[in-house]
Design a protein around this ligand. Structure first.
Ligand SMILES: [Fe+2]
Length: 384
């Protein structure tokens, strides 16, 4: 997904001795798939692993609901209250071994540094702005940006304000990338892709920090608290293709056809068993004989989640910005009639879709914000 990039000073050749102002710099490889995948080389002023202490931290335990009934659901995510910081405040709603989906409405700023050692973090900024600070440098972000943070990135999310900040958060077990079909053989995104490398915003400037700091390392559900002698943001330069990026959803170029198009036409990112879609306002069904609403469908072996960022006009029934719908595999679903029978139905919503190959489980927290009547909302008597 990321093109080769370079920031700051790096030596002429990889793995050669590198000094700056009489100081020997320390090279660190951050690589995927062992030594066979994409990687970046970072040059630190200090040894990157100078821990003086490590203690057990909090457990990100996710109690799931015992699901006795297989049914669609609407989760009223907008009802969740502000809680914790950008790490401790992750309120998980739908989970499986491939992805955790939750919401974040932080009550306080993140104080310690955080690194996810077993998942790529995908944050979508529904409301708020700030700076993502990492060992690769900083990225400014604002409303409707995705932040795609590969595992191994040490980061602190600094928000400009806490009052209205709200984020969708996903921890993805596989590596997040562009779908393979968007790439040519050399790896560049093709003209047919709905976005280009130019739309991905990498780190703008290095941090240049030093001194002791605490780093929380998350592996699966456990956090270990490392006290390190030297700040990991002491990097003087790096190059490679593993680094965090921001991507604004409004830079996704939507596809539209004479008739309704299927979900894969709106895909932005892919990972093992997970697809992430950008459902942005678009003109669809331009043919005079096009059905006014998308067709009902049953994904036999996929669960579909939709997170509503903004609703178009007329607004869809039941959901609001901050809602999540969870349509389970093996049951049909489609547009709800009633208030939304206009020809532009669904075309005006701004939403994020997540499709999973394995069933998602609702957490006990999800049960607290479930709209229990949603499963019956296709009945004509209950709509409108
Ligand atoms: Fe669907």
């Amino acid at each position: 997904m990321r093109p080769y990039a370079r920031l700051g000073e790096v030596p002429r050749k990889r793995h050669m001795r590198f000094e700056r102002e009489g100081e020997v710099l320390h090279e660190e490889l951050i690589g995927r798939d062992g030594f066979e995948g994409p990687s970046s080389l970072l040059y630190h002023r200090h040894l990157p692993e100078t821990a003086q202490d490590v203690v057990e931290g909090i457990e990100d335990d996710i109690p799931v609901e015992s699901e006795k009934v297989h049914e669609h659901a609407h989760l009223e995510g907008f009802r969740l209250q502000a809680h914790g910081d950008t790490i401790t405040g992750r309120q998980w709603l739908l989970v499986n071994d491939d992805v955790r989906i939750g919401l974040l409405a932080p009550q306080q700023q993140q104080e310690v540094l955080f690194v996810d050692a077993s998942a790529d973090d995908v944050l979508f900024v529904h409301a708020g702005s700030g700076t993502l600070r990492t060992q690769f440098g900083r990225i400014g972000f604002s409303r409707h940006d995705f932040l795609v943070i590969p595992r191994g990135t040490v980061y602190r999310l600094e928000l400009d304000g806490l009052d209205a900040a709200r984020l969708l958060v996903m921890e993805v077990t596989g590596a997040i990338d562009a779908p393979d079909r968007y790439r040519c053989r050399s790896g560049q995104l093709t003209e047919a892709a709905p976005y280009s490398e130019r739309d991905l915003r990498g780190p703008e400037a290095l941090e240049g920090e030093s001194g002791p700091v605490q780093v929380w390392v998350k592996r699966a559900s456990r956090i270990s608290c490392y006290s390190v002698d030297q700040h990991p943001f002491d990097v003087v330069g790096w190059d490679g293709s593993v680094y965090p990026v921001a991507f604004n959803i409004h830079d996704f170029e939507p596809r539209a056809g004479r008739f309704a198009l299927p979900l894969p036409e709106h895909q932005a990112f892919a990972a093992a068993n997970v697809a992430i879609h950008c459902l942005v306002p678009r003109r669809s069904g331009s043919d005079a004989e096009a059905a006014p609403l998308p067709y009902h469908h049953m994904s036999l072996d996929r669960d579909e989640v939709r997170y509503f960022v903004e609703t178009g006009q007329p607004a869809p029934p039941r959901v609001r910005p901050g809602s999540l719908t969870h349509h389970v595999g093996g049951l049909p679903h489609g547009p709800i009639l009633g208030e939304r029978s206009a020809t532009s139905a669904e075309a005006g919503d701004l939403a994020i879709g997540v499709e999973t190959a394995r069933p998602l489980h609702r957490t006990q927290l999800a049960r607290q914000v479930i709209d229990s009547d949603y499963r019956f909302s296709w009945r004509p008597a209950t709509t409108g």
